[in-house]
Design a protein around this ligand. Structure first.
Ligand SMILES: C[S@@+](CC[C@H](N)C(=O)[O-])C[C@H]1O[C@@H](n2cnc3c(N)ncnc32)[C@H](O)[C@@H]1O
Length: 300
């Protein structure tokens, strides 16, 4: 069938195929080379005719949306904590829920700044494990620019995407390819003569979905290694909790995002590993989706 030529007809046609109205509007603006802020333009120009190229581009986007390709991948960007991040299928699309972890990290960083006022002049350091698009690391750097921010991922493609985002936003972050904290162990510490590099804060939104979770089908366009973590979904959280203590300064926090039903298990893992003051934070829907603990151990 020939795609509709008018803007209003094109949107009605997309709706009849089952595409959400807002999604269709955003995709049509994209096909027209306009930004997502121009929705009122669409309404004011609803009887305008589309060029054959725009018709075809919109039809292609709608076909992909019907295959459940996320809108963010089709547009190539996603808003996160006030930043616009470029995304591709190499990275998980940042979720609004993760803004809870960022806000908790910023609160913790502000409290740490207060303590640091009496310490030496070297900048405090935060590590984002499993950085993906760089969402958490970049939001932290944007809000507390004097902190040194390091973002780690085992995916080279994800790190390249994170670095492009950092360049586009003008935010200097150090990117490191590593299987969780393994590569960090090899770096010399600027604070001590030898030994592991230590941080004032470590944050992570790691994979935490169970391998057999039925919801995975709906996430099939996102990288599976960003999503699943073994039979109980805790494999990566276990590794991070056991490895992080070696890289935290005394009094520093490890803050973790996890699944809606994993708060108790994550708290137990933190307690077993020797963290204290174990605390939870709820996401925007009031569900406990972040858990953290303070490391009181001595620098080895
Ligand atoms: C749930 S995604 C989070 C992405 C991003 N931090 C966010 O919040 O949008 C998990 C990330 O962890 C990375 N990852 C998975 N296993 C890893 C490992 N063993 N070492 C380092 N990164 C890993 C994935 O590549 C992915 O980017």
């Amino acid at each position: 069938m020939t795609p509709p030529t008018r803007i209003d007809d094109a949107l009605v046609h997309a709706a009849r195929q089952g595409v959400d109205r807002l999604d269709a509007q955003l995709l049509l603006l994209h096909a027209l080379g306009k930004t997502s802020e121009n929705r009122s333009w669409l309404i004011a120009h609803d009887t305008d005719h589309l060029s054959p190229e725009a018709q075809q581009h919109f039809a292609d986007l709608i076909a992909q949306r019907l295959e459940e390709v996320p809108v963010a991948y089709l547009l190539g960007h996603k808003a996160f904590f006030g930043l616009t991040l470029q995304v591709s299928p190499a990275v998980l699309i940042p979720r609004p829920d993760t803004e809870t972890l960022v806000q908790w990290a910023l609160d913790t960083m502000a409290a740490r700044d207060h303590l640091e006022a009496t310490r030496d002049a070297s900048p405090p350091r935060v590590l984002d494990l499993g950085t993906g698009s760089g969402a958490i690391a970049l939001a932290l750097k944007q809000n507390l620019p004097h902190w040194q921010v390091v973002g780690v991922d085992h995916s080279v493609a994800a790190l390249a995407q994170a670095a492009r985002n950092a360049d586009a936003l003008g935010l200097p972050v150090q990117w490191l390819e590593s299987d969780w904290l393994h590569a960090i162990k090899q770096e010399a510490s600027p604070h001590t003569n030898a030994g592991p590099r230590r941080f004032d804060l470590i944050v992570s939104n790691p994979p935490y979905i169970r391998d057999a979770d039925p919801h995975l089908a709906a996430l099939r366009h996102e990288p599976i290694t960003a999503l699943t973590a073994g039979l109980d979904g805790l494999d990566d959280l276990r590794q991070i909790i056991s490895q992080a203590a070696t890289h935290l300064l005394p009094g520093a926090w490890l803050l973790l995002e996890h699944g809606y039903d994993q708060a108790t298990a994550v708290a137990e893992l933190l307690a077993q590993a020797g963290y204290d003051t174990i605390t939870h934070r709820n996401d925007l829907a009031g569900i406990t989706r972040c858990t953290g603990g303070c490391w009181r151990g001595q620098v080895g």
